[in-house]
Design a binder for this molecule. Sequence first.
Ligand SMILES: [Zn+2]
Length: 182
Amino acid sequence: MTRPCAFYICFNFQVILVGSLIPWAALNVIFIKLWIYMVRVDPSAQGGVVVRSGQSCSTHYCSICRKTVTGFDHHCQWLSTCISLRNYLQFYLLCVVGAVLYFLQTVIGLLAIAYWETDSNGSSFNASPEGRSLWILSSLFDCIIGVCFSSLVGFHTYLICKGMGTYDYVIKAYENRNTTVL
Ligand SMILES: [Zn+2]
C-alpha cells in the first residue's frame, strides 16, 4: 500500500472513531440510567406502560422478590428484580440500547484494529501485539454481549407481537412438551 493511500485510510478511521464516540457516550448514559431505574424501581408498584394485550390482568407472586407483582413477566437474575407492568417498557428499551451499544463497541474495536493495521509508522496508541490482542478480545466480548441483547430483543418482540408474557410462554412450552411426551 502506498503511503498517501495508507494515510488516507488512517485519517478516515480516526474520523470515524472520533465520530462514533459521541453516540457511544450517549448510549452509555442511557444504558446506565435504564439499568439504575430497573434496579431501583419497585416492580410491584402501581403504574407502568401496557406494551401487550392483557398485560395488566396477570398477577403473580414472585418467591424470590417475595412480592405480588401486577403484569408479571419473569424474574431477571441479572437485574435481580421482577420484570412487570411497572418496568417492562424500560427493560425492553434496556435490551435495545444494550444491543446497539455493544454492536457499536464491536465496530469501534474493529476500526481500531484496522487502524492499527494501516498505521505504517507504528505510532498509534494500540500499535503493539498486546494492544492488538486486547482490542480483538474486547471486540469479541462486545460482539457476544451484543448477540445476547439482540436475542432478548428478538424474543421479547416476538412475545409482544403474540400478546404473550415470558411466564405464559414458559408455561405453554412446558405444557406442550408434557403433551408431546404423553
Ligand atoms: Zn422477582
